[in-house]
Design a protein around this ligand. Structure first.
Ligand code: 9WN
Length: 406
């Protein structure tokens, strides 16, 4: 086994807290939703039962209404803010009150493909839970059939410029004093600003006041943005759910209907002026005007249309797709989702490109391989020179290495 494979396995083992994996020691001490789905895919490369366990622990936190929270607080830890007492989630496990991109079905399919016979019982158990979660999105989160977020953290792309317009519409008066923890673990120049955090916390306080009731949030929440991350990942997740349902002999009628609706919804995210898939403020109708790495998830969702943009962006950076267009004045190469490269996004984009044998598919995978080989298992990377940023020994970067980039 080569050294990087061994190091990646060791990172997953070290971040394992017994049945679930933390994204990284210190900065993120809980179970995050989409991180965990990536972790399962990573574990499946060397320990398939542990991979299934990760997904089962994630779905042990599913709420009555079908939502799967973005964080499960299995054990209290003062090192992260906002913790369980701030969120007031109402599920079977202490949790946040929002969700994250639904990649679990897609990752479960990759886990299942490692051992179809042995995984059949685990998959049959997970299938109805995945379907309930997807149904929750379809019931509560559509705007013109594209999927909306109600908090920037839901997209997993916290401070992306995509949300700047909708964030400006929030007046965080009365948010009160709070103590951030993230900036005690990493350099504050790499993190969202106080302006962002005031609004993040205000949205959490509002959600809690509304008891995380989706009908009330639909009425009252000023932040509602139709998002390419959510729309493309849910579309792909439904395609994978249908493929697995077929194997299990499930009725696929409802899932096929969701796929058709989301295909139509995805087209409402096409911004003709920008010539790109874009985020759209569901309250004001305004475009974000952002070519982001989520725009390039179209192939992952079985759609097309971004090849010219892909060529342009790949020629601007040596290591894959940055979270924001480097030619935009809002680009910031170190600040989280306003510029840096994320291995996980490169992988999802790459999987989509590989599905259609796109001429750039090999380049996205190879540059991710080079990035990790040269700069390690960081949370994310500066797209200009690949320098590592954020948390180190990161679960999802290790998983991407094991399952795709090695
Ligand atoms: C808030 C864990 C998570 C990722 C997100 C990433 C970051 C949290 C934070 O870390 O978000 O959910 O506190 O910054 O943006 O994508 O799931 O790795």
């Amino acid at each position: 086994m080569n050294d990087l494979n061994a190091e990646a396995e060791a990172i997953l083992r070290r971040n394992d807290r017994g049945g679930y994996t933390v994204p990284t020691e210190g900065l993120y001490p809980y179970q995050w939703n989409w991180d965990s789905a990536f972790a399962a895919m990573g574990f499946a490369q060397f320990d398939v039962p542990r991979a299934w366990e990760e997904l089962h622990t994630l779905f042990s936190g599913q709420w009555d209404d079908g939502m799967v929270p973005h964080i499960l607080f299995h054990r209290p830890d003062p090192g992260y803010f906002p913790g369980p007492d701030v969120w007031g989630g109402r599920g079977p496990v202490a949790s946040s009150g929002i969700t994250q991109p639904p990649i679990a079905a897609t990752m479960a399919r990759l886990v299942w493909e490692k051992d179809l016979a042995a995984g059949k019982v685990a998959m049959a158990n997970l299938f109805p839970k995945l379907k309930r979660w997807h149904a929750w999105f379809m019931d509560w989160r559509l705007d013109r059939d594209a999927v909306c977020i109600t908090h920037p953290w839901e997209a997993g792309r916290d401070n992306a410029p995509d949300w700047d317009g909708a964030m400006a519409g929030i007046d965080p008066a009365g948010v009160g004093e709070y103590q951030r923890r993230d900036t005690s673990h990493v350099d504050s120049a790499m993190r969202p600003t106080k302006y962002d955090y005031d609004r993040y916390v205000w949205l959490v306080q509002q959600g809690r006041r509304l008891e995380w009731d989706q009908a009330k949030l639909l009425e009252e929440n000023p932040f509602r943005v139709a998002d390419p991350t959510m729309t493309f990942t849910l579309l792909r997740a439904n395609r994978d759910l249908a493929a697995m349902g077929r194997e299990l002999g499930e009725d696929l009628g409802e899932i096929e209907e969701w796929i058709a609706r989301l295909e139509a919804g995805a087209e409402t995210l096409w911004n003709p002026t920008l010539e790109s898939y874009d985020a759209r403020d569901a309250r004001s109708g305004a475009w974000a005007g952002c070519v982001s790495n989520a725009s390039f998830l179209c192939w992952y969702a079985g759609l097309d249309g971004m090849s010219a943009q892909l060529d342009r962006i790949l020629n601007l950076t040596p290591y894959g797709i940055p979270s924001h267009d480097p030619s935009s004045p809002k680009f910031d190469g170190k600040r989280y989702w306003r510029g840096p490269i994320w291995g996980v996004m490169n992988m999802l984009i790459g999987l989509g490109l590989e599905d259609v044998n796109h001429p750039q598919a090999g380049r996205v995978r190879q540059t991710t391989h080079d990035l990790i080989t040269e700069h390690g298992f960081a949370e994310y990377f500066d797209p200009r020179d690949g320098s590592p940023a954020g948390g180190m020994s990161f679960t999802w970067t290790a998983a991407v290495w094991l399952g795709w980039a090695n």
